[in-house]
Design a protein around this ligand. Structure first.
Ligand SMILES: [Mg+2]
Length: 263
């Protein structure tokens, strides 16, 4: 039941924000979640921003948030690298902010394909992408011994004028050259959801995933055994949702309609 939900795992792009603008009703919803003793955690596949960047962004919207309110694909990538590739040298195709976050977490990284001992390549959404980086990444991936990881499988990222290519599209482009596809760490894999559940002590049944995309947000909820709400302010349409292999538990026009239904 929707009214029993206490832990809200919210997607950001297309769900609470669009092209740097807060979607209306978000502030009120987050306030009521807090006031009722619940918790909200943003789980986002977007790796262009670090958690510190997101905290600043939400503070500019006048919403008080802290580290505990975020689990990002870059955070999940750090956990994954620490667990499976301890001490290895990781070649990164990503933004400066993403590289900084990896370094701060003690991951050994490089953006120089000529460095010796690269054993992992990690690709992420990169809005500072250049042709040089693309060609360097191809060089690294030509070595079949290098493990190929990517932060998230999303094809596009919604912005104010429509959308721009996301990590999944970059990997599709690379696949034509290197004939390989990565293991994706973000949604629909369940690592971020499990992280949020571990850090907050609510039952799976008291948890709701809210997102705008079927093949990441909604599929992720299905895999994790957590109920889902699809908002129609981003990528997916109602028709697509009804045709999709996994049905969202709730379909709402926006975060503000979800708020009203939950109340
Ligand atoms: Mg989204």
């Amino acid at each position: 039941m929707l009214s029993e939900k206490k832990l809200f795992l919210l997607d950001i792009d297309g769900t609470v924000c669009k092209g740097g603008q807060l979607i209306s009703g978000t502030r009120e919803f987050l306030r009521d979640i807090k006031e009722s003793g619940g918790m909200f955690v943003f789980i986002t596949n977007n790796a262009t921003k670090s958690i510190a960047d997101y905290i600043r962004m939400f503070q500019q919207f006048g919403i008080a948030v802290e580290y505990a309110n975020f689990v990002t694909a870059s955070y999940a990538a750090v956990r994954y690298l620490k667990q499976h590739h301890t001490g290895e040298l990781v070649y990164v195709m990503g933004t400066r902010s993403f590289c900084r976050e990896l370094k701060r977490e003690g991951i050994q990284i490089t953006d120089d394909w000529e460095d010796d001992g690269i054993s992992v390549a990690l690709v992420s959404y990169d809005n500072q992408l250049t042709y040089q980086k693309i060609s360097d990444t191809c060089r690294v991936l030509m070595n079949p011994k290098v493990t190929y990881l990517a932060t998230n499988p999303d094809f596009v990222c919604p912005v104010e004028f429509g959308c721009v290519p996301d990590c999944g599209s970059i990997c599709e482009m690379l696949a034509h050259s290197v004939k390989r596809k990565p293991y994706f760490i973000g949604k629909p894999e369940t690592a971020m959801v499990e992280c949020a559940l571990r850090q907050n002590h609510f039952a799976r049944e008291e948890t709701l995933i809210v997102g705008d995309r079927l093949y990441t947000d909604i599929l992720c909820g299905y895999k994790a055994g957590v109920e889902t709400a699809l908002v129609l302010t981003g990528e997916a349409t109602k028709e697509e949702a009804l045709r999709f292999e996994v049905k969202p538990n709730y379909i709402v026009s926006s975060i503000s309609e979800l708020h009203k239904m939950w109340k």
